[in-house]
Design a protein around this ligand. Structure first.
Ligand code: NAD
Ligand code: UDP
Length: 332
């Protein structure tokens, strides 16, 4: 799509987070105005600090679950507002569920009032510990509804349900991206997810923590590929009938990832084994046929290259600095 055919203003809820801040960058680079809505729960001001000098960029500090947004003229609403790393979303599970259910409900209503197009950042976690491999969008999933991951998995499933209920009213154009494990610069050093953990541990010569036997698999997508996919899904004229998987179908065992990180970063860090968290999915890999067919989207950055970019970014000590005050703030 050419820059000239893009609409003018996008609202990005969760725009100060890891993926959201890259999305804000990409939308501005395509000539759009961007309103970032964030409560800085897991996101950081420094992710968007370089954008503050751009007059087309604006931040609204708000919680999507508890604050009412003012009516604003926007063409696109991206909802990325939700903690995404298991330790973060499990640190306050009730808040995670409310953000995903009530927050999504509020943003859908906001988009409907303003006649904006809406995109929901959903997740491969809606498939739970999948019995179908690779995962296609028509698979209904295998989720423990009362486990420690449920606040996120079920919150995202309820959010999808709200999206399609709104869609069926005929008054809202909704797109749902089921995002698979994504990594890259601007993850937090204390994020707790595998790629940032392994890279920071390797850089600092600390033990690299493999959970379980390390034979479980994930498929890792570099953030620039994901952001391109999110914009393509929002921009495509014909609304896809259902959710669209966005992820890199190259699948790796966790132990394999540890070895690849050690190849990218010369380190004396040793691999150690720690207990596997409960309900940890055993295998995960997206079937991206739908994204290929509808969006002509396919990931381009191989793991080796993405790891090198991410390691280079984390090798700057300031990028590993930890800000804990937002995460420590109690729920309202
Ligand atoms: P992140 O934690 O870095 O970003 C989430 C952002 O949402 C943060 O800026 C946070 O402060 C904000 N936020 C959280 N609760 C909020 C609330 N109630 N009101 C306003 N803002 C709020 O996580 P991320 O990895 O960038 O993930 C972004 C989105 O993509 C999330 O919705 C996540 O579920 C989804 N997703 C990410 C991945 C991945 O691998 N990164 C995979 C699947 C889905
Ligand atoms: N994992 C690991 N060591 C870590 C962090 C995670 O072995 O330091 C494992 C985790 O148990 C899971 C996989 O890596 O099997 C991916 O975990 P992550 O938290 O990144 O994402 P998710 O489980 O949500 O896919």
């Amino acid at each position: 799509m050419s820059v000239h055919s893009l609409p003018k203003t996008a609202l990005v809820a969760g725009g100060a987070g890891f993926v959201g801040s890259h999305l804000c960058d990409a939308l501005l680079a395509r000539g759009m105005r961007v309103i970032c809505v964030d409560n800085f729960h897991t996101g950081r001001r420094r992710n968007v600090a370089p954008l503050q000098n751009d007059r087309r960029f604006r931040i609204i500090e708000a919680d999507v679950a508890t604050d009412i947004l003012p009516d604003l003229a926007v063409d696109w609403v991206f909802n990325l507002a939700s903690p995404a790393s298991p330790p973060h979303y499990q640190s306050d599970p009730v808040r995670t569920m409310m953000t995903n259910v009530v927050g999504t409900g509020n943003l859908l209503a906001f988009a409907a009032r303003g006649k904006a197009r809406y995109l929901q950042a959903s997740t491969s976690e809606v498939y739970g510990d999948p019995e179908l491999h690779p995962q296609r969008e028509d698979y209904w999933g295998h989720v423990n509804p009362i486990g420690i991951r449920a606040c996120y998995d079920e919150g995202k499933r309820a959010a999808e349900s709200l999206c399609y209920d709104h869609m069926r009213t005929g008054k809202l154009d909704v797109r749902v991206a089921r995002i698979f494990n994504t990594y890259g610069p601007r993850m937090r050093a204390d994020d707790g997810r595998i790629v940032s953990n392994f890279i920071v541990q390797a850089l600092e010569g600390r033990e690299m923590t493999v959970y379980g036997d390390g034979r479980q698999t994930r498929s890792f997508c570099y953030v620039s590929d994901l952001v391109r996919g999110l914009i393509a899904l929002m921009a495509v004229e014909e609304t896809p009938e259902g959710p669209v998987n966005l992820g890199n179908p190259d699948e790796f065992e966790v132990l394999d990832l540890a070895r690849q990180v050690r190849e990218a970063i010369p380190t004396r860090a040793e691999i150690v084994f720690r207990p596997l968290p409960s309900d940890d999915p055993k295998r995960r890999r997206p079937d991206i046929t739908r994204a290929r067919d509808l969006l002509e989207w396919t990931p381009e950055v191989p793991l080796r290259e993405g790891l090198a970019q991410t390691a280079a970014w984390f090798s700057v000590p300031a990028h590993r600095a930890i800000e804990t005050e937002e995460l420590a703030r109690p729920a309202e």
